[in-house]
Design a protein around this ligand. Structure first.
Ligand code: PAF
Length: 282
């Protein structure tokens, strides 16, 4: 596996790859790789000849009181996993390489309406941090395809819209969330859970499932159901940011007539913020 910290070396290597007519896939990550990331890489492998993975904990997508400093950084172990997985190139830049003129004056890629609700409501600059860094990664790597996980449902929707609106010649491929046997969605943040919180965490997915099944029995009072689910989670020690029954396409609150639904949840256990979702049709 080739491993680079600079944009120039990465571009030079990828130019040679493209000259040979090979297609390139990018799996953008913030590292601390788990089975979910490795599945994204497997999917990339099925869709392209050459696999590039980026590892960059992107400072501009974290708010001032968020876990940027505490975010797990495990580059050495990650590199070993990537080699074992048959990754061709790792791009792991520093913040100075990605933002050489500083973080404050960086041009940001704007975000659509769907970025203003849910995670975007509590984290106002988060999605423009994501669209900006993903655009930069797309310009550096120039992949034919890019693979994202469906755990970050809203992020995936924002990235797909950005690719369409800004005419990036890139196919976005998504992969279902990988879960522990308990149902807990794999996340790099799970390792920061205290032992007692790790025992409670699977309740997040269980509650999504429970309320999906309640809706499938015909209940349509979503406001009431959201309130109930929030109370259950809070009683068990979560601090809920949102538990929201939404329209899959617009990510606005679902009306009782809509068919394609997604329930999205974000909740904190201690200092760790977890997100999950479940999409289904009624
Ligand atoms: O999902 C993530 O890990 C990040 O938001 C991404 C897409 C790598 C951008 O920093």
């Amino acid at each position: 596996m080739l491993s680079f910290h600079t944009i120039q070396e990465t571009r030079d290597a990828l130019n040679l790859v493209r000259q040979k007519g090979k297609t390139v896939a990018l799996v953008p990550t913030m590292g601390n790789l788990h089975q979910g990331h490795l599945r994204l890489i497997e999917t990339a492998r099925k869709n392209a000849d050459y696999i590039a993975v980026s590892i960059f904990v992107n400072p501009i997508q974290f708010g001032p009181n968020e876990d940027f400093d505490a975010y797990p950084r495990t580059l050495e172990q990650d590199s070993e996993k990537l080699i074992a997985q048959g990754t061709d190139l790792l791009f792991a830049p520093s913040a100075a390489e990605m933002y050489p003129y500083g973080l404050e004056d960086q041009i940001r890629v704007g975000t659509p309406e769907i970025a203003n609700t849910l995670c975007g409501a509590d984290r106002p600059d988060h999605f423009s941090g994501v669209t900006t860094v993903v655009s930069k990664l797309f310009n550096i790597i120039q992949p034919d395809i890019a693979v994202f996980g469906e755990k970050d449902y809203q992020q995936l929707a924002v990235v797909k819209k950005m690719v369409m609106d800004l005419c990036f010649p890139i196919k976005v491929v998504s992969m279902p969330t990988i879960r522990e046997a308990s149902g807990l969605a794999l996340s790099s943040r799970n390792g920061n859970l205290r032992a007692t919180d790790a025992e409670i965490a699977p309740l997040l997915h269980q509650t999504l499932n429970t309320y999906k099944n309640i809706i499938l029995t015909g209940q349509r009072n979503y406001v009431e159901l959201e309130k109930e689910a929030t109370q259950i989670l809070e009683k068990n020690g979560f601090k809920v940011d949102y538990f929201s029954v939404c329209n899959q396409r617009s990510l606005t609150k679902a009306s009782s007539r809509q068919r394609d639904l997604v329930i999205l949840v974000a909740a904190k256990l201690g200092t760790v913020r977890l997100i999950d979702n479940i999409a289904f049709s009624v």
